[in-house]
Design a protein around this ligand. Structure first.
Ligand code: PEP
Ligand code: MG
Length: 362
């Protein structure tokens, strides 16, 4: 495993005496969590849960859940996934010891979970006891023209509340079990993605609190938890003062915030953005370096509005920009509490955070 040893290790030790920003990591496996900790990560700022649902042992149950016509069918399918999902979080919490872990509830473009071919549809139709044609019609119905602007993030959690309930149950069961049996002190940070309207967060918060309290009562342990949201839509940034009423923390999802502010698809931008940068229309690729005149203004505005409503609100960034040095310096300047980046960028982020603090002192 990588370690920061020798002169570089010593340098990074010095660096940490100066920086004020915390540096967390984006990780969704125990292995990534371990690597990031060895690089000095002080927690997980974004644990995405999408990949977990694609694991070979559960994708069939996931499809069954999405294509079920009723709550009971969805709950049956989710019951198969729950023990595996709980295992995911046990593994990550154990690696992170008592460091903070922010787990984001499911945020896929829905179509990625749909069965891809006739063979998959036939097999699924048999398990579900319906005809292949019925399932095909359902798959067609769920098709979207713009999935990244569609039925994803919290919208999915609102239309299929059972999914988030299952995830929250898995998170809290893992945390309670480790607290009760292995002496951990875990404060799970449960994060709701793609909120644009405070009422979305209010309803999902209510559901989340209900499930958390049920699990805590069942285990008979005392543990705390936080419920927060991603700020990754311009509307969320503009109304951050309202959203903060329902959020213990904000994490800026600057990948989606850049996509939606520029109206520029993050998946297709490679086709013409290089031309923009080469020919000087843009100074930098805004998906790499935070556009401080545009997206950054929204981030700063949301920081101020969030703190105006809730002075102690915890603020971080978990888009790719969290590992880009000039963006990290910007995050320091506007007073975020932490940046979160992929494990291998943690040392760079630590350096940039120290650089920002030293620059300020001079
Ligand atoms: C983001 O949008 O910046 C983010 C961190 O979430 P994701 O990349 O998973 O959409
Ligand atoms: Mg996002």
């Amino acid at each position: 495993a990588p370690q920061l040893t020798g002169d570089f290790g010593i340098l990074m030790g010095w660096v940490d005496n100066y920086r004020k920003l915390k540096v967390r990591t984006n990780a969704d496996t125990p292995n990534d969590s371990r690597v990031a900790r060895e690089f000095g990560a002080e927690g997980i700022g974004l644990c995405r849960t999408e990949h977990m649902f694609f694991e070979a042992d559960r994708i069939a149950a996931v499809r069954e859940m999405i294509l079920s016509d009723d709550v009971e069918g969805r709950k049956r399918a989710l019951a198969k996934i729950l023990p595996m999902q709980k295992g995911d979080f046990l593994g990550i919490f154990r690696e992170m010891k008592d460091l903070p872990v922010t787990i984001r509830l499911l945020d896929p473009p829905l179509h990625e979970f749909l069965p891809q071919d006739d063979k998959d549809i036939d097999a699924l139709a048999k398990t579900m006891g319906v005809t292949a044609q019925t399932l095909k019609n359902k798959v067609d119905y769920l098709h979207e023209f713009n999935p990244m602007l569609g039925h994803r993030g919290c919208r999915l959690g609102l239309t299929f509340p059972e999914i988030y309930d299952m995830q929250v149950q898995a998170i809290m069961e893992a945390a309670c079990e480790l607290t009760k049996n292995e002496g951990f002190t875990i404060v799970p940070e449960i994060m709701i993605p793609l909120v644009g309207v405070v009422s979305e967060l209010a309803r999902l918060r209510e559901n989340t609190v209900r499930v958390c309290e049920e699990v805590i009562a069942a285990y008979g342990v005392k543990i705390n938890y936080l419920i927060g949201t991603m700020i990754e839509l311009p509307r969320a940034a503009i109304t951050a003062d309202e959203i903060a009423r329902q959020a213990d923390f904000f994490s800026f999802g600057t990948n989606d915030l850049t996509q939606t502010t520029f109206g520029l698809s993050r998946d297709d931008a490679g086709k013409f953005l290089p031309f923009y940068v080469e020919s000087g229309l843009l100074e930098e690729d805004p998906f790499v370096s935070l556009d401080q005149n545009g997206v950054g203004v929204l981030v700063k505005m949301a920081t101020e509005k969030g703190r105006a409503t809730r002075p102690g609100i915890k603020l971080g960034i978990c888009g790719e920009h969290g590992g880009d040095p000039s963006s990290v310096i910007f995050c320091h300047k506007i007073g975020l509490d932490y940046v979160s980046c992929s494990p291998f960028r943690v040392p760079i982020a630590r350096l940039a955070a120290a650089h920002a603090a030293l620059e300020e002192a001079n």
